[in-house]
Design a protein. Sequence first.
Length: 109
Amino acid sequence: MGRYNEFIAPVKCPACGGADDVMFQALIGVLQLDEFRVGDGVLHRPSTMRRPQVGPTVTLTHDSFWARGLGECPRCHVDLWAKVLVQEGRFVGVELTEEPADMYDWGYL
């Protein structure tokens, strides 16, 4: 996926039923391999990169949106796709989804 950030949230795996914290890679915020937990602010952070990249788009007009994230169940190692949810600039959780046709898909909440 190149540059991304990691979003950690509790998830119940649909394949094995295990409930664990799962790390989802997503293109949200200044993409510099930062790690976020539920409640953390993700927008308007300073960059440590010389050429910062921002996701899901540099033209965000609202601080509430979702973007695709990819994680892996720590028990059975199945791929888990989710919408990574950001409300008012804070990471609020994930919603598991089917594998998307476009992994770069995103939208406003």
